[in-house]
Ligand binder design. Sequence first.
Ligand SMILES: Nc1nc2c(c(=O)[nH]1)N[C@H]1C(S)=C(S)[C@@H](COP(=O)(O)O)O[C@H]1N2
Ligand SMILES: [Mo]
Length: 561
Amino acid sequence: MKTRTKAAIAGGAGAVVTFGAAELIQSFSEAVPSIPVTVSQRIIELTPGALATEATQTVGTAATPILVTCVVIGTIVVSALLAILSLRSKIAAFAGAAAIGAVGLVSALSDAAAVTGPTTLAVAGSVLLGLAAAGGLLVSGIGRTEEAPESAPSEGASAEGASSEGGPEPFRGRMREAGDSQMTVSRSSFISLAGGAVVAGAAAAGVGRFILGSGSSEAAGNAPAPLQTASNTEATDAETTEGSDDAPQQLDPPPDDASFDIEGMPEIITPAASFYLIDTAISSPRINRDNWTLSISGAVDNPFEMTYDELTSMPYRESDVTLSCVSNEVGGGLVSHGRWTGVLLSDVLNEAGVSMDKLGRGNEQLVGRSVDGWEAGFKTDIALDGREALVAFGLNGAELPVKHGYPVRLVVPGLYGYVSATKWLEEIELTDWGYDVYWIQRGWSKEGPVLTQSRIDTVEGGDELEAGTVNIGGVAWAPTRGIERVEVSTDGGDSWNDAELATQLDDDAWRQYLYEWNAEPGEYTIQVRATDGNGDTQTEDEAAPIPSGATGYHTIEVSVA
Ligand SMILES: Nc1nc2c(c(=O)[nH]1)N[C@H]1C(S)=C(S)[C@@H](COP(=O)(O)O)O[C@H]1N2
Ligand SMILES: [Mo]
């Protein structure tokens, strides 16, 4: 085996050991973030808007796993090259390794959850461990070599190469001597050692991921943590029960007639585990609720900060709101219905001295900022116009899952998530309308009202159906306006039939519909369209999701035999 090959293997193995050690450490400490994840995160942040828009198919989704994989493989390759370089210049190789470590450290430290001391120690320790592993492998595989003179032919740096032509050049001689000496291990031992290092590193990373997975609440996935509020953990005091209004802290279970019991129909309340998921965070920020605060800042009379307990001792309510993503295609799945528990955003704003009659002073926009720096913004008056915009801390009667914004997020009926639904919320800043938040900078439209849409769920395109009664059903939504009518066409839009509507949970909620179609053999184009509570029917014109949301009728082709 060529010396350079051995060096490359040693360097790559060292990088694997570094990643393994770092992943293992970060799984034990909330203060230390994952290095490849934070590096990927910084790459995304530094990517200019246009590129980010194209690279991310869906607004809010980073091309995450691919990017993390590239970062890991890229580092392994560079480390291999550095180890080859070390045969010529140890100083240059160490400088390169230090530079890699520095990139990792800077990225990790800029993570919201990173605590400087432990993170620095973890990164430095992991890098040193990787260097030691690489160095050990180099010495055992190649032997101690004097630094090669710059003029040395690089091919000469091969132990086996000596057997080829074998002129007694001093440099070759040294390498052959080293290669054959007792100081080095055999080729197979070297491979075992290097393999061992790689396996150990990978195993450490795997164990780290496993520990992390089992510790976080989403691993428990199906058993979300029960909701804890200041008022249900302490004895309920007068302030909590005497709310500013009488909205219920808990809603009654949805009535039976809010849903049709038909195969393929989505559950009327989306379980947290299957709630659609969109964000730019490669891994969800892990926030300790006890240290969390929300600050209300910017153009407000009375800026203030509140703790989780302070938030949850304000009057709160449970509210049905269907959330959707602007990048949902017609017929797509980026829409879900949640029962959110939270404090009215208007109550929080009132505490800060913000009210309808005080707008237009550089406070027209409400920007919700996440602990990871992500931002969404919408017109402040939307928070004050009477809709149930929430500073939410619960979903479906349980704590917010980590992925969905634990401990606190915003939920605003009638706005797409990218302008409103900030997860891992830490700041609400009032500013002027000219300020552009994350996705606005990347070409998506400024206001983001949810367009009226409907979807066929119980029949799929390409289905071969049996003649007779076919249930064509699904959901339609127009949050804040409600759904007044849904029609189904089986002839590509030439004629329309009124569908039966399930009871509307709330104007902010999606609504199920059902059309019992008496199907005869043939080929059919099925379409659906909804009319909102204002009497406006969704537009037939087809538009792509960018910049304002997809439009057009959900259309599928089926055959009946
Ligand atoms: N911090 C943060 N909040 C965010 C996002 C994000 O990338 N980061 N994405 C938004 C987008 S685009 C959508 S559609 C909703 C999705 O919320 P969900 O993942 O809980 O369904 O979250 C919003 N809140
Ligand atoms: Mo979104």
